[in-house]
Design a protein around this ligand. Structure first.
Ligand code: GAR
Length: 221
């Protein structure tokens, strides 16, 4: 289901930890005046640092603690119930570190978006920066994509690329990738807010042909 053609889009953001991507979305939405509202920030951990930041700014927050549910299915049902109370047009995963069930993903087909710290389809899963260093790629980055039941595999909306530099540690690379994440995800969410993103046959089209590949601002970050 696509959101209505002209309306303020409602975004619900899911986080698990520090929430720097969430912050970049909240700040860009306010600074750039997107036709969108951050309807809620939801975490699966009560101590996710991003929750306090969002609450301080008057954004509704909620916690659905995954440890309180006996199965992945039960957690996903509770999570969906919580999300739906905020009536979102889009659900944005921003460092949400839970694998979601096919039933959950299907419920939000075309409305569930994720940021992953690699140039997909390379390096799905965890420890992407270490994986990149271990195989010697010279470029690394991030991908914003629609979520499908196959982990880290959905239609690509935009990507950000950074160089891998001699001597990089996984932490160095993570920091450089995060810099470009904070540019790619807000750009994509602005397009979503403006109703410019279409999905057809597993391929994404962005109205106006906005450039969908972003580059590190400097080789060092
Ligand atoms: C980000 O690098 C994000 O791409 C990654 O977790 C980090 C969260 O940071 N997401 C994943 O690995 C999802 N599989 P943040 O909490 O500061 O946004």
């Amino acid at each position: 289901m696509s959101p209505p053609a002209s309306a303020t889009r409602r975004f619900v953001i899911l986080i698990s930890g520090r929430g720097s991507n969430m912050r970049s979305l909240v700040e860009a939405c306010a600074a750039e005046g997107w036709p969108a509202e951050i309807a809620a920030v939801i975490a699966n951990k009560a101590d996710a640092a991003g929750l306090a930041w969002a609450a301080e700014r008057g954004i509704p927050t909620a916690v659905v603690p995954h440890k309180a549910y006996p199965t992945r299915d039960a957690f996903d049902v509770a999570l969906a119930e919580c999300i739906d109370t905020f009536a979102p047009d889009y659900v944005l995963l921003a460092g949400f570190m839970r694998v979601l069930t096919p039933a959950f993903v299907t419920r939000y087909t075309g409305r569930l978006v994720n940021i992953h710290p690699s140039l997909l389809p390379a390096f799905p899963g965890l420890h992407t920066h270490a994986q990149a260093l271990a195989i010697g790629v010279q470029a690394h980055g991030c991908t914003v994509h629609f979520v499908t039941p196959v982990l880290d595999h959905g239609p690509i909306i935009a990507q950000g690329v950074v160089p891998v530099l001699v001597g990089d540690t996984a932490d160095d690379l993570a920091e450089r990738v995060l810099g470009v994440e904070h540019r790619v995800y807000p750009a994509v969410c602005r397009w979503l807010a403006e109703g410019r993103v279409q999905l057809a046959d597993r391929l994404v089209h962005v109205e106006g042909d906005a450039p969908r590949l972003f580059f590190a601002e400097s080789p060092h970050g």
